[in-house]
Design a binder for this molecule. Structure first.
Ligand code: AMP
Ligand code: GLY
Length: 423
């Protein structure tokens, strides 16, 4: 079969890498893809901000399956348009993707369906923010309602800081139209967990859980990013917790969306805080996580095509997702300045050397290939991912490979999965 992957990041490289291993895939396309993806799939231009552009590509290629990587095309309704034309596509509709594209929708949905989440207030003006702040204790979390690529959340140490963060969001300068509405939330304490399931609209199958590292610098310091590294181990949560999360979070979400007329098909990414009072939902994403997908797919032993098709065909209950008991870890190497402004076009050296480290796969996130050389082309450049029987060993392998790679200005965290290894 012919498969088209939409997207251009490390997540899409991991998807392409895993799809390549399926005996059922004969031709693989990726649009727009990146330098590393081009070694495994035919990369074609596409504008992910334009549904027409993606539909035109789909009509030309007539893929047997399309997999949508990032949130933007999903929230623009690319799945609705592909389906309308009879094309098989993996991902939620525009209406279902509101779980990610509107934080106020997600919070009200959670409340309607009594799914645990932080106390919140939805505000449309700075006056409403000031009134609502009276009901919160510092620190307060301030979130832009719309999509903001990880830059729409501020954890304010006190109420003045919260009010000024909200004012900046309303002004449009911080995250544009995404900040026209603001959600205030009580600040939760605990370990974060990325719990992803594949849904066919009714049934769900969990993927192995992972943990992301959102802050840019070691010790969880500095500003939030899209994610600087992630790991997944067999014991990150036990089977009992996994079943609890399926029964009390993932299934009720999918059932609630169906009851509200917006059936949810695709990956449902539950961003959770494991608090002393139990797991609570921080956010939903309507897609695979990046970089969580890199270690998750390194651990997946069953066929990804089968899993995606089971979701499209409503057979998720029978899907047989199998996982290695190995640990996997992904360390993101980023451009100097990221998550702020950064320069691109830096020559990346040592990739072949890094690939010789046992158990390592270097996924490309923001690279371009010219004359056989790779150059940086984005904020997150590489996701150096390693697998091994123990987490400690996987971490050592990933950092050994990172040590062989160099590009001007690069930086990466040295403590990915560090707390879990110490435990
Ligand atoms: P979100 O995009 O909603 O997941 O927020 C991004 C990050 O902000 C999360 O991964 C958490 O690290 C943090 N965060 C969001 N909401 C809260 C909350 N209610 N309490 C504590 N931290 C939060
Ligand atoms: N790693 C967080 C995300 O994919 O949104």
């Amino acid at each position: 079969m012919n498969v088209l992957v939409l997207g251009s990041g490390g997540r899409e490289h991991a998807l392409v890498w895993k799809l390549r291993q399926s005996g059922r895939v004969s031709k693989l396309y990726c649009a727009p893809g990146n330098g590393g993806i081009a070694d495994q799939a035919e990369c074609l231009p596409a504008d992910l901000k334009s549904v027409e552009s993606m539909v035109a590509l789909g009509e030309r290629l007539q893929p047997d399956l399309t997999v949508v990587g990032p949130e933007l095309p999903l929230t623009l309704g690319v799945v609705d348009e592909f389906r309308r034309r009879g094309m098989r596509v993996f991902g939620p509709t525009k209406a279902a993707a509101r779980l990610e594209s509107s934080k106020s929708f997600a919070k009200e949905f959670l409340q309607r369906h009594r799914i645990p989440t932080a106390v919140y207030a939805i505000c449309d003006s700075i006056e409403e923010v000031r009134d609502a702040l009276g009901h919160f204790h510092a620190p307060v979390v301030v979130k832009a309602d719309g999509l903001a690529a990880g830059k729409g959340v501020v954890i304010a140490a006190n109420k003045e800081e919260a009010a000024s963060a909200a004012a900046e969001m309303f002004s449009g300068k911080m995250v544009g139209a995404a900040g026209a509405r603001v959600v205030l939330e009580e600040c939760l304490q605990g370990d974060e967990l990325s719990f992803l399931v594949i849904s066919d609209g009714e049934q769900v199958a969990p993927l192995v859980a992972a943990q992301d590292h959102k802050r840019v610098a070691d010790g969880d310091t500095g500003p939030n990013t899209g994610g600087m590294g992630a790991y997944s181990t067999a014991d990150i949560i036990d089977a009992q917790m996994r079943d609890w999360l399926v029964n009390h979070i993932a299934r009720p979400v999918v059932a609630g969306m169906k009851a509200e007329g917006a059936e949810y098909t695709g990956v449902l990414y539950c961003g959770l805080m494991m608090t002393a009072k139990g797991p609570m939902v921080l956010e939903f994403n309507c897609r695979f996580g990046d970089p969580e997908t890199q270690p998750i797919l390194m651990k997946m032993e069953s066929d990804l095509v089968e899993a995606l098709e089971a979701a499209i065909d409503g057979r998720m209950g029978e899907a047989d997702l199998r996982w290695s008991s190995d640990a996997a870890v992904c360390v993101v190497m980023a451009s100097g300045g990221y998550p702020g402004t950064f320069a691109v076009g830096k020559w990346i050296q040592g990739l072949e050397n890094a690939a010789t480290v046992e158990g390592v796969k270097v996924f490309h996130a923001g690279t371009a290939k010219r004359d056989g050389n790779f150059y940086s082309s984005g904020g997150r450049v590489l996701g150096v991912t390693a697998r091994a029987a123990s987490l400690e060993r996987a971490v050592a392998r990933a950092y050994e490979a990172c040590g062989k790679i160099a590009f001007d200005g690069m930086h990466y965290r040295k403590d990915i999965a560090g707390r879990a290894v110490r435990r």
